[in-house]
Each structure stands twice: as structure tokens, then as C-alpha cells.
Write a protein that binds this ligand. Sequence first.
Ligand SMILES: Cc1cc2nc3c(=O)[nH]c(=O)nc-3n(C[C@H](O)[C@H](O)[C@H](O)COP(=O)(O)O)c2cc1C
Length: 213
Amino acid sequence: MKLVAINGSPRKNRNTASLLAQVVAGAVSKGAQAELIHLRDHNYKGCISCFHCKRIGSKHYGRCAIRDELTPVLNKAHEADLIVLGSPLYFSTESSLMHACMERLFFQYYLYTSAKPPLSPRKKAVALLYTMNVREEDIPLYRKDAAIAISKGVMEHLFAPCEVFLCTDTQQFTDYSKYEVDVFDVPAKLKRHKEVFPKDLERAFALGARLVL
Ligand SMILES: Cc1cc2nc3c(=O)[nH]c(=O)nc-3n(C[C@H](O)[C@H](O)[C@H](O)COP(=O)(O)O)c2cc1C
């Protein structure tokens, strides 16, 4: 059983990456092979709308034709039994690193016909993991759930039932006093990071273990 976790945060050791590392650890604890890929390490673009992946008779039919540093990542996702995509919310959607990756991962498999199923290999399970500044109760207020629902729908159309994992009210800076910040209750954020984030890490570990079973 192979799990690929993809980190769409440009930060390789903060909220999203730490949670994904726990997903990987949870999967490994159940005997899976698991890898955490940081998109920040790769130089690539989003879909360029070349349509080689849809052209009848093309050698790229069903697979992204662009050759760049995302190609091996797409290949690993293609081969994996389990995919976990993790991203911070940036302006209420995935980061541009993750969005560009999703365009290429998803669109290669999409068909403009309802006569056939999508060209994606079915997966055992998939998950989307998001971190964000807003508190859980404010998600509907700021419509943070709209983009998440779309991505979940695409993941389910292409791959498998998709679990959504949310980590809210995250600690963005180690030292808030170094920045101009007056929209957050900083002591409350620091308290939450100390008390709730460790539980979020445990939830992420449990997610990794659960996906494998
Ligand atoms: C460019 C940018 C845009 C952001 N937009 C949002 C947003 O729309 N909603 C939100 O709740 N948090 C937003 N955030 C905060 C991040 O989602 C949050 O701090 C996240 O946990 C960071 O993940 P990381 O620590 O893994 O980098 C934004 C952060 C940045 C840098």
C-alpha cells in the first residue's frame, strides 16, 4: 500500500507540513509506504490548456503532456493507492502551488464525455487537508467551505470517497510581536496552538492510519 502526501504550503515545517508528516507517520504505522512531497521544492506551472491529454490517438491521452518538475509528482500520485493533498487556505482557496498541481493532476483524467468514466486510476481512499487562520465557527461566515467542496467533489469524481480534514485558527507566526497584527486575539491563538494543535497532530496521525485500513 502506497500513500503520497503532497504539501501545498511554501513553508516546509509549519502547520500544513507538520500535519501531513503525521498523516505519513500514521500510514507507516499500519505498514504502508508513505512519502511527503513538498511542492515548494519543484519548479512547475499549472495546466497550459494544450489538450494533449484529451486528443484522440495522442500518446499523452489521459496523462499530462507537460514535462517539468511536477511530472514525477504526478507519476507518484498516479501509482499511489492513497493520495492526501494538503494546503493552507489562501484567499479562501488552495495555495497557488497546490492549485497548479491540482489543475494538472485532475485535468489529465477528466473527459468531456459522460459516455465513459474518467481516465483516473481509482484509489483506495483520498483526503484533502486544509489549514487556515479562521476559527471553525467562522468558516461559513467567510465562505471558506466553497472551494473545499469543489475540490472534494473533483477528488470523489476521479479517485475515491474523499475525507476532508480541517485545522483551523492556526498559529501563523512564531512571534506575533514582530508584525503589525490587530485582527487576531493573539494570546488566544497561542493558547490554542499549545493546547489544540497537538490534538490536531494526533487527528492527522489517526487519519493516515485510517486511510490505510
Ligand atoms: C497569501 C495568504 C493568504 C491567506 N488567506 C487566508 C484565508 O483566506 N483564510 C484563512 O483562514 N487563512 C488565510 N491565510 C492563513 C493561512 O491559511 C494559515 O496561516 C495556514 O495555517 C498557513 O499554513 P502553513 O503554516 O502550513 O504555511 C493566508 C495566508 C497567506 C500567506
